[in-house]
Design a protein around this ligand. Sequence first.
Ligand code: FE
Length: 238
Amino acid sequence: MVKFNSEALENAVSRRGFIRIAVGGAFLLMAEGIGSAADARFELKPLPYSDSSLQPVISGNTLNFHYGKHHKTYIENTNKLISGTRYADMSLEEIVIATANDSENISLFNNAAQVWNHNFYWKSLSPKGGGDPPSALRAKMEEAFGSVEACKNELADKAVSQFGSGYAWLVVDGGKLKAVNTSNADNPLTKGSKPLLTLDVWEHAYYLDYQNRRADHVKAVLDKIINWNFAAENLERA
Ligand code: FE
């Protein structure tokens, strides 16, 4: 089985197309401007941890469905929707921003934003998460919310109070940290703020494990698997 780093490959690949080469039963995508393989423009990136490593906060069963079914389907839909269009050569972030609030591209926005959101969500979690944030992030949290605990409470409130499907986010907006929520596939990129981390509060993120107890899921995520290091890295680049 040939494995490759899809992110590195994505960066290396010409935007003009791909050649598919079958190697040992797998397809290796190579950069070249021959053929049409827009159906493989975006790929399911490997999770940064094993399926079971977020247990008991998130079960392997939930992760398998969430990543292997929901996220995968958003990618497949995005690839189909951009094929042969002016979006086919854009980066994922460019597609999300270009189609936000565009009534003619609602389905593409929803699917592309969900790909972006889930790529970001997996990195927002870690088997070694929770605990104390790195000092630079902690200082910004204290400045904006008064304390780390108050920041977590605000994030939890945004996550629990999001009506229906959506996300809670820690963002940088105007140089200051804020906790916000967004509905369905929407995300902070469309509002010009810089996301640091996210919590997915679509029911598919927790219902197999917590049923209607979203607040319990959110608390467990924030206490035990939230990836403050990822947020700190994003803060450095903000
Ligand atoms: Fe999700």
